[in-house]
Design a protein around this ligand. Structure first.
Ligand code: AMP
Length: 394
C-alpha cells in the first residue's frame, strides 16, 4: 500500500512516501519545499517528481494521504479527513493558528487534486482520548468548559510510538499489541503485568506523557501546545494572572502579550541567547548565567512532570527519551535522572554518553529497577502505520 504523509507548515510543505504492508514499512522517497505561499504547485511538483522517479504512474496510484493534524474541536483520533475534520480544524483555528489553517488548506488541495485518493487525519491529541475527566478537566466555569477548554495533550504520534517501542524493547508483546491497535480497537480490557512509561519528548517543542500499559493517562501539554514544559520560544506553563498583570504594568494588549509568550519566551526568553538547546549549552558552558538558568528550568520542569506521572501511575518500569534534545543531550538526560537511586533509577554513564545521533539504546545499568531508554522519534512512520491500519480496518 502506497501512503503519502503530508507535513504542512504555514510556510513549508514536506512529504514522505511509504510502501506499507502488515509486517514491513519502507520509505520510498521524501522531499519538501520552503517559503511556500500555495500548496497546489508544490503538490503538482511533488507528484511529477514521484512519477519521474518511478514510484508512481500517477497521483491516483496513492492508496492514501495522511495528515498529522494538531487540534480539532470536538474531534480526535485517526479519522477520514472529510468535512467533519475541516469543521473541527476551523473550530479551533485560534488555538492552533500556525497549524490548523495550514492543514485545512492542504486537505482541501488534495481533495481537489486527487479526489479518488483516501485522506486520513491523525490528530496529535488522539493518544490522549482515554485520559480520565479528572486528568483533563480544568477548574474553570462551566461556560468555558462548554467551549471545549480542557487539557488535550500533543505530540501524540511521537508518544504513541514510544508506547509501542518500549513494549517491544522490554519483550512485552501484550502491551505492544494493545498500543499498536489502540486507534482501531480502543484500549479494551488489560489484565497483564503493568508496564508504566514516563515518556519524555524533548525537542524544539517538548512534552511528557504518562503511559500505562500502552495507553496515555496524562499529558504535560494542555489546551494548546503553548503549555507544559518551556518550549524553544514558547512559554510553557504560566499562571493566568500574569497576563492581566503584565498588560497593566507594561501596557501590553492581550494580542501582544500572546505574541511575546509565543515567540519571545521559552528557552529563548530565558537564555536571551537562542532558541536552540546547543547554543544555550555552549553559552552556559562559557559562564552565561541566564543560559544556565534556562537549562535548569527545563530540567526542573521535566522532573516535575515525570514525578507527577510516576506518582499517578504508582511507579514506572521505564523512562524514555526521544526527539532532538532527548536523543542527543546525554548531560541533560543524566541530570533529569540524578538522585533517583532510591526510586530504582541508575544511569550507565558510558552507555548514556554513547547513545546519541539517532541511536536507540538502554542507558540504565543492568541492575536498574527502572529501565531508561533512548528511542529515536519517527513521527511520519507512526502516521503511515496508523493510516495503513485505518485503511485496512475500513
Ligand atoms: P526536534 O524538535 O526534535 O528537531 O529537536 C530540536 C532541538 O534538539 C533543538 O533545540 C536542538 O538544539 C536540539 N538538539 C539537537 N542536537 C542536540 C545536541 N547534540 N545536544 C543538545 N541538543 C540538541
Amino acid at each position: 500500500m502506497k501512503i503519502l504523509i503530508a507535513n504542512l507548515g504555514s510556510t513549508s510543505f514536506k512529504y514522505r512516501l511509504y510502501e506499507m504492508s502488515e509486517s514491513a514499512s519502507e520509505m520510498l522517497s521524501k522531499g519538501g519545499f520552503e517559503r511556500v505561499t500555495e500548496y497546489t504547485p508544490c503538490i503538482e511538483e511533488m507528484l511529477e517528481t514521484l512519477v519521474k522517479d518511478g514510484y508512481l504512474q500517477s497521483g491516483d496510484d496513492l492508496d492514501a494521504v495522511g495528515f498529522k493534524t494538531v487540534l480539532g474541536k470536538d474531534l480526535s483520533g485517526c479519522v477520514e479527513a472529510d468535512e467533519r475534520v475541516l469543521d473541527a480544524l476551523e473550530g479551533f483555528k485560534e488555538v492552533a493558528p500556525a497549524h490548523n489553517p495550514a492543514y485545512a488548506e492542504g486537505i482541501r488541495c488534495f481533495q481537489r487534486m486527487l479526489p479518488k485518493v483516501k485522506r486520513v487525519a491523525l490528530f496529535e491529541t488522539a493518544f490522549y482520548q482515554w485520559m480520565s475527566p479528572a486528568a483533563y478537566t480544568y477548574a474553570i466555569p462551566k461556560a468555558w468548559r462548554d467551549l471545549g477548554i480542557r487539557r488535550y495533550g500533543f505530540h501524540g504520534a511521537s508518544h504513541k510510538f514510544i508506547a509501542e517501542r518500549t513494549a517491544e524493547l522490554l519483550g512485552r508483546d501484550d502491551v505492544a499489541a494493545r498500543a499498536r491497535g489502540l486507534y482501531v480497537n480502543g484500549p479494551g480490557e488489560f489484565s497483564g503485568e503493568p508496564l508504566r512509561v514516563v515518556s519524555c519528548h524533548l525537542g524544539g517543542s517538548s512534552s511528557l506523557a504518562g503511559i500505562q500499559n500502552g495507553v496515555s493517562i496524562g499529558a504535560s501539554m494542555g489546551f494548546s501546545p503553548q503549555s507544559g514544559l518551556p518550549q524553544n520560544n514558547r512559554v510553557g506553563d504560566l499562571d493566568s494572572m500574569a497576563i492581566p498583570y503584565v498588560s497593566k504594568m507594561l501596557g501590553l494588549s492581550v494580542e501582544e502579550a500572546e505574541r511575546q509568550l509565543n515567540k519571545e519566551s521559552g528557552m529563548l526568553g530565558l537564555s536571551g541567547v537562542s532558541n536552540d538547546a546547543r547554543d544555550i549549552e555552549d553559552a552556559a558552558n562559557a559562564g552565561n548565567a541566564d543560559a544556565q538558568l534556562a537549562t535548569d528550568v527545563l530540567i526542573d520542569s521535566i522532573r516535575h512532570w515525570a514525578g507527577s506521572f510516576f506518582f499517578k501511575m504508582g511507579g514506572a518500569e521505564v523512562i524514555s527519551f526521544t526527539a532532538g534534545i532527548g536523543e542527543n543531550d546525554a548531560k541533560l538526560r543524566s541530570a533529569v535522572c540524578s538522585g533517583l537511586e532510591g526510586l530504582g533509577v541508575r544511569i550507565d554513564e558510558i552507555a548514556n554518553a554513547a547513545t546519541i545521533r539517532g541511536k536507540e539504546g538502554m542507558i540504565s545499568t543492568p541492575d536498574s529497577k527502572i529501565k531508561v531508554v533512548v528511542i529515536p522519534a519517527n513521527e511520519e512512520l507512526v502516521i503511515a502505520r496508523e493510516v495503513y491500519r485505518k485503511v485496512q480496518a475500513n
